[in-house]
Design a protein around this ligand. Sequence first.
Ligand SMILES: Nc1nc2c(c(=O)[nH]1)N[C@H]1C(S)=C(S)[C@@H](COP(=O)(O)O)O[C@H]1N2
Ligand SMILES: [Mo]
Length: 506
Amino acid sequence: MTDDVLDTRGGRVLVSVAAGVAGLAGSYALTGAAPAFLASPIERALARTMPGAIVSFAITTLGSLGQRLNLLAAIAVAGLFVALAARAAILAGEAANNRLLPSVGTAVVTWAVAVALTGELVLSAGAALPAAGVVALAQALDAFGADATPISSKRRRALSTVGVALGAGVLGYRLGGQRSPTTTAADAPPITAAGADLEDAQTKLDAASDASLDVDGLDSLVSETFFEVDINSIDPQVDAGDWSLSVTGAVEQEVTLDYDELQGMDAENRFSTLRCVGDSLNGKKMDTALWTGVPVDQLLDEAGVQSGCECVMLRATDDYYEEFPIEALRGGLLVYGMNGNVLPRGHGYPVRALVPGHWGEVNVKWLTEIEVLEREAEGYWEKRGWQGTGPVKPVAKLHHAELVADGRRRLAGHAYGGLRGVARVEVSTDGGETWADATLSDPLPAVDGDGAAEDAWRQWEFTYDPPAGGHTAVVRMVDDAGDVQTAEETDPVPSGPSGWVSREFA
Ligand SMILES: Nc1nc2c(c(=O)[nH]1)N[C@H]1C(S)=C(S)[C@@H](COP(=O)(O)O)O[C@H]1N2
Ligand SMILES: [Mo]
């Protein structure tokens, strides 16, 4: 019986797991949150195959943490692969009585697994070398401490190996984090497309800041940070030079467009609000941007649409797909710019669809194909129990409350009704008995600069003398047709939340 860590079962498991941690860390350090990261292809496979009930449960009960579960599971599986590679190499080395086999074997097998998963020959070394290094370290420590040392020293050797692996983990996490993309439009470079009118974009953005209500702490009319919802935590990385979009299926002729061609076409700058069907009633998955893109309908006309169901399927590089009426797409844009800058990776770089008035999910990012269908089909979320391809439900949100001078209270928020428009926001300070009109921000400008943007939210503000004792404030919006937002409360699942937002004040 020797005194080697690697001679015990537990020791081998410990070193293998440490190798798994180091392998993940090394991979992440080189790639950041990119498709070349070892866990990314596993996450995509999970996103494709995870049963809808689990996905919906995770998202609705755990919120954004739920959306990270796939990633956590993928990281665990990727780490396990590396650990198994290390364990096999350690055992093989012992069986062959070969001192090089454990580390070299770990490197080779981990590299092969990483290449098989990611297809990256060079970046896969990021996983292989640190994993092999941990195995070599455990061997070296064993070699130094092998001579008649007390058992505590064996434990110390094992802990040293684990400590080094954890240190590598922290370092890899930091380095990878620095490589990972920022997703706000403000950090992206300006648009350079020939077909885009940048002066017009700037004029509109200026108009938006003029129109914003003067309420400290209320989100501006153009969102400074824009929510993100993805089926994967790790976004696709698409090279604009390699990108193309095809119109396929029930068409007279297929049409294909590349990035340069798209950027040369006449584009428009359009304010539009997006809201996720999985948003909670008073949640934050609702934001507004100035989008720059080319109207889709000219492309559809060029292809000559002959759909039996008057419906289309949009597809993307992350294997996401959504089906909805062609009519809705006709009013849409192929977007490559956001707030005057290049569309950020997190929002679909190089090109996403913008479909006015509809739930966020049909605004397909990293868009590559518009398939005109003969028959209705289900989209990614509909296969998982959602019904989020239709028009958004109207909502007035209450995100701001403060006490101002003279004991008065000020409430504020945003209201959005898609193409129904926002004509009024009404506030009740007696739990819904009586209602008064809130002050609205001026509408954002329309595409041609005249009149109001068709599909954009408005801010509202209401200041009042609070009654003595407690009271409940309630808000609701009224659309351009005079219809009041429904009071009936529903969950986000399956077709979006409804009801009136209310808040109690003591
Ligand atoms: N390719 C692709 N497009 C996508 C998604 C996705 O996961 N993959 N998520 C959709 C959902 S559910 C929403 S709500 C919107 C969110 O857009 P944003 O992330 O730019 O805010 O993108 C939609 N487009
Ligand atoms: Mo969504």
